[in-house]
Design a protein around this ligand. Structure first.
Ligand code: NAP
Length: 306
C-alpha cells in the first residue's frame, strides 16, 4: 500500500499551492486530482485581479504555470479519484480507483462545482446547447443567440466573453440589480450585444436535439415569454465538493467545510483550503493563500505527531 505523510486532494489553485509549499518543505506529499489539474479556473478566459499580471492572464495559462511550479519542487501529481476516506487514531486510509493510500495528514482542496439550475430540459440538453463553461463552448455559438443565467461575477464576465462570438447575449437575472463587481457591470452595460432581462427566471429549456428556446418567467407578475436562443450558459453559483469528508469534519448548512484561520478542520490532521471551505471571498488570490497556510499548518502537525 502507498504510504505518505501528506495527501492533497484537488489540483486547483489551493491544492497546487499547497503542493508547492509542501514539496519545498520536503514533506513526502502526493497530490490527487480526478480530472486535469487547474480546477474551475481553467474555465475562466481572463483573470484580471490576480496580482502580478498587469494586463491579466488566462485561467489555463495561470494554472499551467502553477502545475509546473509544483512539479519543479518535486510534488507528485496523480490522476486518481478518491472514493472513500476512513481513519483510525493515527492515520487516514484513502480508497481510490487506483489502489489504497495511507497518510498521516490530508489537505482537502477539492473546490466546488457549478450549481445546476434544476429546470426541465437542462440535464437532457447538456452538451447540446446547455453549458457551464463559456471558455470551453463559446466558439460554437458564432453569430448565434445565447442566454446567460445569473447575475454574479461569473455570469456577467462570461456574458461579455460570449459577445466575441454570439450575435446577441441575453443575461437573465432574477432580480433588478446585479451581484457582480461594479467594474464588470459597467463593461456589460456598455456592451451593445448584451441585453439584460431583469426579474426573470428560466423555467424550462426547450429543444428537441439542440437548445431552441427558454421559457422565461417574470417573477413580478408570473408572465411567461418564450425566448429563442441556441445556447444557455448557466452561472448560478457553485456547490462545494465536500462529500468525501462530510462525516469526518464539520460543515455549514451548504456543505462548505468549517476551518479555523490555520485551515484546520474540526478533525485533527485534516486541513481544508480554497473554495471547499467556508469563507468570505472565493477567488484565486484567497485560494492560493489558503493552500500555503494549509501546507504550513500540516507541516507543523506532522512534526507534532512524529
Ligand atoms: P455567485 O456570486 O454566487 O452568483 C450567483 C448568481 O446566480 C447570483 O446573481 C444569484 O442571484 C444567481 N442565482 C443563484 N441561484 C439562482 C437560481 N436558482 N436561479 C436564478 N439565478 C440564481 O456565483 P458566481 O458568479 O459563480 O461566483 C462565485 C464566486 O467566484 C464569487 O465569490 C465570485 O466573486 C467569484 N468569481 C470571481 C471572479 C473574478 O473576480 N474575476 C470571476 C468569477 C467568479 P442573486 O444575486 O439574486 O442571489
Amino acid at each position: 500500500m502507498d504510504k505518505r505523510n501528506l495527501v492533497i486532494i484537488g489540483g486547483g489553485p489551493a491544492g497546487l499551492t499547497a503542493g508547492i509549499y509542501a514539496a519545498r518543505a520536503t514533506i513526502d506529499t502526493v497530490l490527487l486530482e480526478r480530472g486535469v489539474p487547474g480546477g474551475l479556473v481553467i474555465s475562466t478566459h481572463l483573470i484580471e485581479n490576480y496580482p502580478g499580471f498587469s494586463v491579466g492572464i488566462s485561467g489555463p495559462d495561470l494554472m499551467i504555470q502553477m502545475e509546473k511550479q509544483a512539479r519543479r519542487f518535486g510534488c507528485e501529481i496523480l490522476s486518481v479519484n478518491v472514493e472513500k476516506i476512513e481513519n483510525n487514531d493515527k492515520e487516514f486510509y484513502l480508497k481510490t480507483d487506483r489502489g489504497d493510500i495511507i497518510t498521516s495528514a490530508i489537505i482537502l482542496a477539492s473546490g466546488a462545482q457549478p450549481q445546476m439550475l434544476g429546470v426541465k430540459g437542462e440535464k437532457e440538453l447538456i452538451g447540446r446547447g446547455v453549458s457551464y463553461c463559456a471558455t470551453c463552448d463559446g466558439a460554437f455559438f458564432r453569430n448565434r443567440r445565447v442566454a446567460v443565467i445569473g447575475g454574479g461575477d461569473a455570469a456577467v464576465e462570461e456574458a461579455i466573453f460570449l459577445t466575441r462570438f454570439a450575435e446577441k447575449v441575453f443575461v437573465i437575472h432574477r432580480r433588478g440589480e446585479l451581484r457582480a463587481t461594479k467594474i464588470v457591470q459597467q463593461r456589460a452595460f456598455q456592451n451593445q450585444k448584451i441585453e439584460f432581462i431583469w426579474h426573470g427566471v428560466a423555467d424550462e429549456i426547450l429543444g428537441k436535439n439542440l437548445v431552441e428556446a427558454i421559457s422565461v418567467r417574470d417573477v413580478r407578475d408570473n408572465s411567461k415569454t418564450l425566448l429563442k436562443v441556441d445556447g444557455v450558459f448557466i452561472y448560478v453559483g457553485n456547490t462545494p465538493n465536500s462529500s468525501l469528508l462530510k462525516d469526518l469534519v464539520k460543515t455549514d448548512e451548504k456543505g462548505y467545510i468549517i476551518t479555523d484561520e490555520n485551515m484546520q478542520t474540526s478533525h485533527k490532521g485534516i486541513f481544508a483550503a480554497g473554495d471547499v471551505r467556508r469563507k468570505l471571498l472565493r477567488q484565486v488570490v484567497t485560494a492560493v493563500a489558503d493552500g500555503a497556510t494549509a501546507a504550513f499548518a500540516a507541516e507543523k502537525y506532522l512534526e507534532e505527531i512524529k
